[in-house]
Design a protein around this ligand. Structure first.
Ligand code: ARG
Ligand code: ZN
Length: 888
């Protein structure tokens, strides 16, 4: 097919020119911005006759070559290339060696609703260029392997745009006639176009400073609209922590004298790491105890860190092409995870990350959009800013660390920077630096970048009483995935293993031999990392005095599923005694999963729990020594999507109901304990974001959630009281969420009060929309429909769309209603959104990608809606890629 949009990694070819310097002038105007660009090129290997530049939604005003205006057709043509988003401007008759191009375009930021390129948010100008937004401003070699030095002059009306920002250093400012002024910024570091940024408008800054390890002073500024200026303190604190931590942990120092962050309300994603001018979605910056929850606070700190850390992992060393996205994202997610672990609670963070991965990435791997961490092809690159590229990518980085050790990993990272600073490189380059720095051969580790799907490790063990040996047999299974029909190769899987004796004490692992090979002395350690690299392997441990219980995959040492022959008693022992907190939690997950699946098979509305199950959880709830946040994590059962993966194509609402039934039965059995936990963890102390406070609130709200599932008047009153008395958003919205488990007088009144209290605050209103969108009470779709017309909603604002529409698509009772109403509602929304903002529309299309998980009737209903989408003319490339992959 001539119009096949699929781009393939194997077709990569270097750009045949070097672009040394870029000079940009923006004359800003809402509907009529003039962009002038002067580009200084050099032929790279051999001289060519023509050069291709990319542009999208541009009005081309003029092109000149070495100062001479070119005529259309004779000097340049605009052509189409199915592999290029937008148009190709081909300039002909190039002179040899070096040449200068000058291109003038016109654009209209005010009517640009895509949140890509140059657009307006709350009246201010801002840009989003990753991945291919730069071409929405001017024709350009808009690909990450073209790195240049940028000088940017911004001209704008001074009264409406007193602040003018771009990357690098401010080198000139001018007062012009007609109420205009200008600012010129110069970035000394060569960068690809996706890291360019420009901001202009009415903004105020919170200012601070950081002195780097070598004594350099860096001015820090967080820019926001006047009404939000007292909400950026936490973000500033987080930034300083991030700068310090990157020095302490990795020896990475900041490289300019200025670091700006700009807050915008309309933003498709979380944030963007533009060189020295990060742009953030307001929900990831603004926080006060009254308006932001604990998880908002921790998330803000993590994302401020993430974007800052990109300065080394992403900006100084960038990606050669977009297939390598995980090179920067996987690594930077790993870095932000470590940042949060070091600053807050490592064990809580690890469990959160595993929960996230299982709930979001495993379904992606099992669904229609399955792709390897380094995809070999794509249609719309925006669709690959995925949990697989980000979070599974981070797990690959963590496996390097597990295999090489902390020091070995650091040596590898140092070598990576030493070799590649200032370059645009690939995942292979990262791998090679890691291997070379350690003299390690991890061949089938690289397959993790190339093969999609969540592996299952099947593990069985045998204890020989006479020989005192333990034989552990492991087998890896790599599932078929939607992206390929190719046979998968066994990968290198680090399995961290420990042993407990029957009283729960750690046992030494003794000597180990593998498949009959020489025994290795493990020197009395209690955790060993087994390297599983063939389809099937057997490991023998000698000198084990009694039958042990296996603690498998400690710390979640690889992103796999484990199937083992451990008994329920084994799991209960692990839950109580394992020294590895992740495995204690995971044992509870497995126990809960079994109990839920049992209830699901029984099909009754009420779950009959076994006494052992109740007792195990009673012990957890009553444990006065355990970390409170950890207890609340143990009490959060596996998600429905995880459970669906266990059972395959079935009615999702039945699995959801079984999960609720187990929660409710457990609440009945432990009502007294839950009440005691709830009461003893209520506190009117002033809000503080520390582990203690976060843990206390998490546990208190978890207990309230269980109590609320009983729908008893006295517990509903408790929730209402907690809602009314809350002095912080964590408790206020947490209690509201509990109230809204039931649709009744109390919850309706609380929602109304909440709205009246917060109707001036768009971010809090997102919480309000989300809670209502996610209510699992019957006929909730009517409410969601009404909310679309509510003044709190705004179809132009991505945060609002995610809070109402996307949140609804993640519910069960109503989204999966058997009359298909939920599916057709989402389809209507996608069709509407696709016309204004394709990235947001495609995010809402993701709910279709798990269709094979559901029963036949639902698969048919979903397919009918997908066909409706497929029939639509002018569907964006973003949505169409997902639709066609779902229908395949
Ligand atoms: N690089 C940004 C981050 O990870 C995300 C940019 C997303 N852009 C996009 N078009 N999907 O922090
Ligand atoms: Zn990132």
């Amino acid at each position: 097919m001539g119009d096949d949009r699929t781009v393939h990694l194997k077709d990569y070819a270097p750009y045949p020119f070097l672009l040394h310097d870029v000079f940009l002038t923006f004359e800003l105007h809402p509907e009529n911005t003039r962009v002038e660009s002067r580009l200084q090129f050099e032929h790279s290997t051999k001289d060519r006759d023509s050069i291709d530049l990319y542009g999208e939604a541009l009005e081309l005003v003029s092109v000149s070559l070495n100062g001479k205006a070119l005529a259309a057709e004779e000097g340049y043509v605009i052509v189409k290339d199915s592999k290029v988003v937008g148009d190709v401007l081909r300039i002909k008759h190039l002179p040899p060696q070096t040449f200068t191009l000058e291109i003038v375009t016109k654009i209209s930021p005010a009517t640009n609703t895509t949140c890509e390129g140059l657009y307006q948010s709350s009246g201010n100008f801002c840009t989003q260029c990753e991945a291919e937004g730069f071409r929405r401003m001017t024709f350009f070699p808009d690909r990450p392997d073209v790195m240049s030095k940028y000088t940017t002059r911004i001209v704008a009306d001074k009264s409406t745009n007193p602040v003018l920002l771009s990357n690098g250093n401010l080198i000139a400012q001018e007062e012009l006639g007609d109420g205009k002024h200008s600012a010129t910024w110069q970035d000394p570091f060569p960068k690809p176009s996706y890291l360019f940024a420009l901001v202009a408008g009415k903004l105020v800054a919170l200012e601070d400073a950081f002195t780097t390890c070598s004594g350099k002073k860096v001015d820090l500024k967080i820019w926001t609209t006047d009404k939000n200026k007292d909400k950026v303190g936490w973000a500033m604190e987080s930034l300083k922590r991030a700068m310090k931590w990157d020095e302490d942990r990795w020896g990475r120092e900041y490289d300019l004298n200025i670091f700006n962050i700009v807050v915008v309300d309309d933003f498709n994603m979380g944030a963007m790491e533009n060189k020295s001018l990060n742009v953030f979605n307001s929900r990831l910056v603004l926080a006060t105890p009254e308006t932001a929850t604990d998880s908002d606070y921790i998330h803000i700190q993590g994302v401020i860190g993430h974007e800052y850390f990109h300065n080394w992992t992403g900006n100084r060393v960038t990606c050669r092409d977009w297939f390598q996205l995980s090179l920067k994202e996987g690594l930077t997610v790993f870095r932000d995870q470590e940042f949060t672990s070091d600053l807050n609670s490592r064990l809580v963070k690890r469990i959160e990350d595993v929960q996230f991965l299982r709930q979001n990435q495993y379904p992606e791997d099992a669904g229609a959009m399955a792709h390897p961490v380094r995809p070999p092809s794509y249609e719309a690159i925006d669709n690959f800013y995925s949990c697989t590229v980000y979070e599974k990518g981070a797990e690959i980085i963590r496996m390097y660390e597990t295999l090489l050790g902390k020091e070995g990993f650091r040596k590898g990272l140092d070598l990576y920077f030493e070799r590649h600073d200032g370059q645009a490189v690939t995942c292979d380059d990262f791998y090679r630096a890691m291997m070379d720095a350690n003299g390690y051969d991890g061949r089938n580790l690289f397959l993790w970048y190339q093969q999609a799907g969540t592996p299952t490790v099947e593990l069985s063990s045998q204890y020989d009483e006479d020989k005192k040996t333990l034989t552990v047999r492991m087998e890896q299974q790599l599932p078929a995935t939607a992206d390929t029909s190719e046979e998968k190769q066994p990968m290198l899987i680090p399995v961290a293993l420990g042993l407990l004796d029957s009283s729960g004490k750690e046992m030494a692992l003794g000597r180990m031999s593998e498949d009959g090979a020489e025994a290795v002395d493990l020197g009395g350690v209690t955790t060993t990392v087994i390297r599983l690299m063939r389809k099937q392997q057997t490991f023998v441990f000698e000198g084990i005095p009694s039958r042990p219980v296996l603690s498998i995959l400690r710390g979640f040492s690889a992103p796999v599923k484990i199937r083992s022959d451990r008994t329920e008693q084994d799991l209960m022992l692990l839950l109580s005694y394992d020294s590895d907190a992740y495995n204690r939690w995971d044992s509870a997950q497995t126990l809960a999963k079994e109990e839920i699946l049992k209830a699901w098979r029984a099909g009754a509305g009420k779950a009959e729990l076994r006494a052992e199950f109740i007792d195990a959880f009673r012990k957890v709830v009553a444990d006065k020594n355990a970390d409170k946040h950890f207890i609340s994590q143990v009490l959060s059962f596996p998600s429905v999507s995880e459970l669906l993966e266990e059972v395959g194509s079935t009615d999702p609402t039945a699995v959801f109901a079984a999960r609720n039934a187990v929660e409710k039965s457990l609440a009945e059995a432990l009502e007294r304990e839950m009440l005691e936990v709830f009461t003893s963890n209520r506190s009117s102390e002033a809000y503080k974001v520390d582990n203690e406070g976060i843990g206390r609130r998490a546990l208190m709200l978890t207990a309230l959630r269980f109590l609320s599932s009983l729908n008893k008047p006295e517990h509903n009153e408790r929730a209402l009281k907690a809602f009314k008395e809350a002095n912080n958003m964590t408790e206020q919205v947490g209690a509201l969420r509990c109230l809204c488990k039931n649709d009744n007088e109390l919850s309706r009144k609380a929602l109304e009060d909440f709205y009246q209290q917060w109707k001036h605050d768009d971010l809090v209103l997102c919480q309000w929309l989300r809670i209502q969108a996610q209510m699992e009470t019957p006929n909730n779709l009517d409410k969601v429909r009404r909310l679309l017309d509510h003044e709190a909603f705004d179809l132009k604002n991505p945060n609002k769309i995610y809070s109402l529409i996307l949140a609804f698509s993640r519910t069960y009772t109503n989204f999966h209603a058997i009359d298909g109403s939920g599916y057709s509602f989402i389809t209507d929304c996608i069709l509407k959104l696709d016309k204004s903002n394709p990235q947001v529309a495609s995010a809402c299309t993701e709910c279709f990608t798990s269709l094979r998980m559901y029963d036949d009737v639902r698969q048919q209903l979903l397919t009918a809606q997908l066909q409706r989408l497929a029939k639509e003319e002018n569907l964006s490339g973003n949505v169409s890629e997902i639709v066609h992959k779902c229908l395949k």
